[in-house]
Each structure stands twice: as C-alpha cells, then as structure tokens.
Design a protein around this ligand. Structure first.
Ligand SMILES: O=C(O)CCC(=O)C(=O)O
Ligand SMILES: [Mn+2]
Length: 188
C-alpha cells in the first residue's frame, strides 16, 4: 500500500471537486440489508469502458462512458502507477453522516491481486483498515488531493471502511480506479 499526500496540487483538486460534484451522474442506489431495501449512505456513480460491468454489494453496475476529467486522471494514473484502469467508482460523501461500511474490494471481476487507485477530494475523512485475523487495525487521514494505492494481497488480508464523522460538514469525493476483467475471463 502506498500513500501520496499531495498527488494533486490544491487549485486542481479544488477545481476537480466542484467539477465532479456538478457533472457526474450521481445516484443513490438501494441495497438489501437484513431483508430490507435501504439507500446506500452516500451518492455513487460508475464510469468506464463498456466491458467494465461490475457487481458491487449485490448491485450490477453498467458503466457510463468516460467523462473527460475522469479519463484525464486515468491517463495520469497510468503514467504514475503503471496500471491501466478501465473503470472508476465515484463516491460522494455529502457530509460526515455519509459513510461506507467494512468491506474489501475482492469481487471476482477485479482479479486475484487487484491494484486500486483511490483519489481523494474535499473534506479529510478517516480511512480505517482492519486485518481479517482481527489482530491489527489502523487508520489513515485521506486528505484533499491525496492518492492511496492498494496493491498485491491487500484486499485478501484487509478490510476497509469510512466511518461516519458527525463533526464533518463538508463534502468529500473519492474516486477508486479499478481494472475489471471482461466476462470471458471470469472464473479463470
Ligand atoms: O471513500 C473511500 O475512501 C473508500 C471507497 C471504497 O472503499 C470503495 O469505493 O470501495
Ligand atoms: Mn473499497
């Protein structure tokens, strides 16, 4: 795992935060939890190449074709990380009441040791990580303009979460770039 605190300069990060808040096609899908349908506690949008269909918390997401600023970030990530991502899940936490529960990004569509590049814009939020064996837990502060790169066996051994932070009033956008394998590769 690598963390780059100042991957984007402040003026660019500010511009992108406003751009994505206004321009992405945000939705608040429902998921089934304990037999009930509930809205996820944040807004979400899935962009990328046509083959990048993704199952996330039991939802099938059809990608919206790349938006120019998302594509520009994808190209920058290819240069900086060497990974070629074909899709991005955008999460908009409107304030500290929005959150994401414990999970790992280990869906079969992502392959065995997925690289995931996570860009942060807006309010700083706590990113918690816990080892599956229960022995270790730590957290990072994901600040405006930072990049978190998760690679190798991270998703296999660790879960992560964004807890609610009642005192946070500002919005945050997180972009997790992923590489989804097409249907023909599933199960191999
Ligand atoms: O908002 C974040 O930093 C985490 C997002 C995340 O874990 C995900 O989209 O799978
Ligand atoms: Mn995740």
């Amino acid at each position: 795992m690598h963390f780059y605190r100042c991957w984007l300069e402040n003026p660019e990060a500010n511009r992108l935060l406003h751009h994505f808040q206004q321009r992405l096609r945000w939705q608040q899908p429902q998921i089934r939890m304990f037999g009930k349908l509930i809205k996820i506690p944040r807004m979400q949008a899935w962009y990328g190449e046509a083959e990048a269909r993704y199952r996330y918390s039991g939802l099938w997401l059809e990608p919206i074709p790349w938006e120019p600023e998302l594509l520009a970030l994808q190209q920058r990530l290819r240069v900086d990380t060497g990974s070629c991502f074909n899709a991005v899940l955008a999460n908009w936490y409107r304030n500290g009441n929005d959150s994401m529960g414990w999970h790992s990004d280990d869906e079969p569509e992502l392959g065995v040791e997925p690289a995931i590049a996570s860009i942060n814009l807006g309010a700083s939020r706590r990113f918690q990580m816990r080892h599956r064996n229960g022995a270790y837990k730590f957290e990072l502060e994901l600040s405006h303009g930072s990049l978190l790169l998760m690679t190798g066996s991270t998703q296999h051994h660790w879960q992560h979460a964004i807890p609610k932070q009642k005192k946070v009033t500002d919005p945050r956008i997180n972009l997790t770039f992923r590489s989804i394998r097409g249907d023909e590769n599933h199960g191999k």
